[in-house]
Write a protein that binds this ligand. Structure first.
Ligand SMILES: *[C@@H]1O[C@H](CO)[C@@H](O)[C@H](O)[C@H]1NC(C)=O
Ligand SMILES: *[C@@H]1O[C@H](CO)[C@@H](O)[C@H](O)[C@H]1NC(C)=O
Ligand SMILES: *[C@@H]1O[C@H](CO)[C@@H](O)[C@H](O)[C@H]1NC(C)=O
Length: 802
């Protein structure tokens, strides 16, 4: 046979042997959800029309691929340009988290479901959500960042889980992350761990990683119950539990094979150093068909009854003869199929026990069963019900019994198990006999279908509860009663670190400002000469308005206060606070208008003409009263516009302040009108003054005019620019504007103090005179001496010239 023919024959044979789908075009191949079963879309005849593709997916569309997405972070000042993030790759049915971990205040991740639609994976529609916001940084030390990085590496294939070494590295890292003592666990961590266990499930099962998995589950079991209850809202505890159980159930062939029966084991138990790093004791007793992984809260026993007829396990809370001690604080004994249930039941300090009696073992063995797996959970932390009202709750250890290879987990005859009633040790005031009994976890709630509890006059008083089941899963003794759990939806588990820099600028700026305003008032209070000037009076009014605004802004109308008011439904106070803030801003601007108007009067129309009596008082009445009009209009017509929206509150940017039309007509319109008229007046005043200046006014008056103009320009920039920056910052034009707004807005009072008191030579002299009178006197003497000498010299000169 020539070589060519040989090759052809080989390929022909290959083509015959390959399944049908190999000929199927790639885009028509259908897979079952688990990915094992493949089939071509063309093969209609095997599936009657309509039903053919149930539960099938196009093989090239099993995953929702990463998708870009923008969101905001919670910060005190709403200054962020939206953050570009992306959804992680997810399998159908999974809830994906974000690439840059995105947490809400309660530690829950923001997730998006990957759904099955038209036989393809498709992201859940996003328009139904509130805007997504996350905490950028928070005070708590958590493991989320590390875990998220690892999760990312696994999903993106940068850390391979399909080869032994990569897989072991990954679970080792996971264990190390979870065993950091100084870090806290959040619901997002439970969620991501479940997904990573899921990724492991897709690969070959590896007995070397189970120590790490047990260790991780143990850490999760000992975390705060609130965290677990929150994560249950994402089905994260169930997913984790299910993946964990399935992974364990896939391993007995590797751990307790028949070939090891009776063979001496080199290293029967983990040494102390190992236990210290992993937190798990391991026992290799494969000579008697047992391997065990033991921790204080979760233990797994693999059994191969063919070695030594061991078909069960009993756990005790005290030592006795023939019990093995575990450093985790309990004792245990393996049960052979010949044991007597009643005898075990009478043993002292029994916590839980389960075994397959001889007839049952023979029966299942006949059905091709080889291995048994028992898992003991010390408490029900991982079995979380999401309903708030429960009619019973577990009061025993949870024992999980698995028999791989048993069809549908249905037992041919009942399997007995014993549970200690913890209600005796620690009675529960709500406990009721009715409803009490053994039950199993159906990944939603506890059910007692197919589980019989032994007859007893009062179950609550029995020390050991005996039950029988006809199917396999996790079991516990449930105590009836009415149990309410508090709603945890809004529980705050993590506290954000506010954007420090802007906070500090605000606080320092406002303190300086208030100090400045105080300085101005003090100067006015001490020096009558300054106080009695008309311009000072105007300035004092302006400062008063500024003070009002700053106190409202910094202390009274903060986002924390608004949030409290809104959640308490105290809308009246919110409207009042919002109106007060609006009013203070309008007053500030109306004083700017008054200043412009006074200057207009002074320099343009009525130069040299006496002002009407008490004109400052009249101006003040106008300036303080006029802003009431728009404020009251908005407050009466549209009070709802003061209430911040949910989205604003969740981003910490919501304060009681007008929004929408209230903002436009109640603030923006009056402020713009004033700003425009000010601009017009200034231009006009400037024009006419520079005109008249050339017609030579008196020198001192010229100096005065220039000073006034400088003042107006400064005020305009100080107040006007602040609001221009504010508008840019509001439009999210960039962080720089937020900083500029923050600096200018909070420093206003301080700048006024510098300008009017420190830079004003007359005021400076007044203060110097007050603080060190002698120096002042010396100055005066020196000045007079200089003057005298000047006059004398000039006299001399003049006399000489004469
Ligand atoms: C693991 O998967 C990668 C691709 O994801 C592949 O290139 C590699 O050959 C696989 N390794 C093993 C041992 O299967
Ligand atoms: C078991 O879990 C409980 C609560 O969940 C925890 O307080 C305890 O420390 C855990 N025990 C061990 C040995 O980890
Ligand atoms: C939660 O997860 C469990 C285990 O993976 C699954 O059986 C159950 O259907 C899930 N429940 C929901 C509501 O998705």
């Amino acid at each position: 046979m020539n070589f060519d023919l040989c090759v052809k024959l080989f390929f022909f044979a290959l083509a015959l042997a390959s399944p049908v789908y190999a000929k199927c075009p790639k885009e028509r191949q259908l897979c079952s959800q688990s990915g094992e079963y493949k089939h071509c879309e063309e093969e209609d005849e095997r599936y009657p029309a309509g039903t053919k593709k149930t539960n099938l997916i196009y093989c090239d569309s099993m995953f929702c691929e990463p998708e870009g997405f923008q969101h905001d972070y919670i910060t005190r000042n709403h200054d962020q340009t939206p953050h570009q993030n992306k959804w992680k790759r997810a399998k159908i049915g999974e809830r994906a988290t974000l690439h840059d971990v995105c947490l809400l205040r309660n530690g829950m991740p923001v997730t998006r479901e990957c759904k099955l639609k038209d036989y393809r994976a498709e992201w859940e529609a996003t328009d139904q959500w509130d805007p997504v916001v996350c905490l950028r940084r928070f005070r708590e030390q958590t493991i989320s960042e590390d875990l998220n990085t690892l999760h990312d590496e696994v999903l993106e294939g940068r850390r391979r889980t399909n080869d032994t070494q990569g897989r072991r590295e990954m679970t080792g890292l996971m264990r190390t992350i979870f065993r950091q003592r100084d870090r806290s666990l959040l619901p997002v961590d439970v969620h991501m761990t479940g997904q990573m266990f899921g990724a492991l499930m897709q690969q070959d099962k590896d007995a070397a990683v189970i120590v790490d998995l047990v260790s991780v589950c143990k850490e999760i079991m000992s975390c705060d119950s609130q965290v677990l209850r929150l994560s249950a809202q994402l089905n994260a505890t169930n997913t984790l539990l299910n993946q964990f159980e399935n992974y364990m159930d896939a391993l007995p062939q590797q751990l307790v094979p028949k070939e090891q029966c009776g063979k001496v084991v080199v290293k029967p138990m983990s040494d102390e150093a190992e236990t210290a790093t992993t937190g798990v004791e391991t026992y290799n007793l494969s000579d008697i068909g047992i391997q065990a992984l033991i921790t204080g809260n979760i233990s797994v026993f693999f059994a191969n009854p063919e070695c030594d007829f061991i078909t069960g396990i009993a756990i005790f809370s005290a030592s006795a003869e023939n019990r093995r001690a575990s450093p985790s604080g309990f004792w245990y004994r393996f049960l052979r199929f010949s044991e007597d249930l009643d005898k075990i039941k009478r043993e002292s300090d029994l916590e839980t026990a389960a075994f397959l009696p001889e007839s049952l073992w023979k029966d299942v063995k006949g059905k091709g069963v080889t291995y048994l797996i028992f898992k003991i959970y010390a408490h029900d932390a991982l079995f979380v019900e999401t309903s708030l009202q429960r009619s019973r709750r577990p009061r025993s250890k949870v024992i999980s019994i698995s028999i791989p290879g048993l069809e549908n987990n249905i037992l041919p005859q009942p399997l007995p198990f014993l549970l200690r009633n913890e209600n005796l040790r620690d009675p529960d005031a709500n406990a009721l006999t009715s409803g009490s009994g053994c039950g199993f976890w159906n990944y939603q709630t506890w059910s007692n279908e197919g589980v019989t509890t032994s007859n007893s006059s009062n179950l609550l008083k029995d020390l050991i509860i005996e039950c029988h089941t006809d199917h396999l899963t996790q079991f516990a003794f449930l105590v009836g009663g009415s149990y309410r759990t508090n709603d945890l939806g809004e529980e705050v588990l993590i506290t954000p670190i506010n954007e420090k820099v802007l906070d500090i600028i605000s606080i320092v700026g406002c303190s300086l400002s208030l100090l400045g305003i105080l300085g101005i008032f003090l100067t006015a209070a001490i020096f009558k000469s300054w106080r009695s000037q008309a311009s000072t009076k105007v300035l004092l009014h302006l400062c008063l308005a500024m003070c009002l605004q700053m106190v409202l802004f910094v202390f009274l109308n903060t986002d924390d206060v608004s949030e409290k008011l809104v959640t308490n439904g105290d809308t009246v106070r919110c409207v009042a606070l919002g109106a007060a803030l609006q009013y203070s801003i309008l007053v500030l601007f109306s004083w700017m208008l008054i200043i412009a108007f006074l200057q207009f009067q002074r320099y343009v129309t009525v130069i040299g003409i006496e002002r009407p009596p008490r004109y400052i008082l009249k101006a003040a009445i106008v300036a303080w009263a006029l802003p009431l009009v728009p404020t009251l209009l908005v407050a009466l017509i549209d009070p709802d516009s003061y209430i911040p929206t949910k989205a604003q509150l969740s981003t910490d940017t919501g304060i009681c302040y007008p929004s929408g039309y209230g903002l436009i007509f109640g603030v923006v319109l009056p402020v713009s009108m004033i700003t425009v008229s000010n601009l017009v007046i200034f231009v006009y005043v400037f024009y006419s003054i520079s005109h008249s200046l050339s017609q030579s006014i008196h020198k001192s008056e010229k100096k005065m005019v220039i000073k006034q103009i400088r003042l107006s320009i400064m005020l305009f920039f100080l107040l006007g620019l602040t609001w221009i920056f504010g508008i840019f910052a509001f439009m999210q034009a960039g962080v720089a504007f937020s900083y500029l707004f923050c600096i200018t807005a909070t420093m206003q009072g301080f700048v006024m103090f510098v300008y009017f008191v420190l830079l004003d030579s007359a005021n400076r002299r007044l203060w110097v005179g007050l603080i060190c009178p002698t120096k002042m006197k010396m100055d005066v003497q020196k000045r007079t001496a200089e003057l005298q000498s000047m006059t004398t010299s000039s006299t001399n000169y003049t006399s000489r010239s004469h």
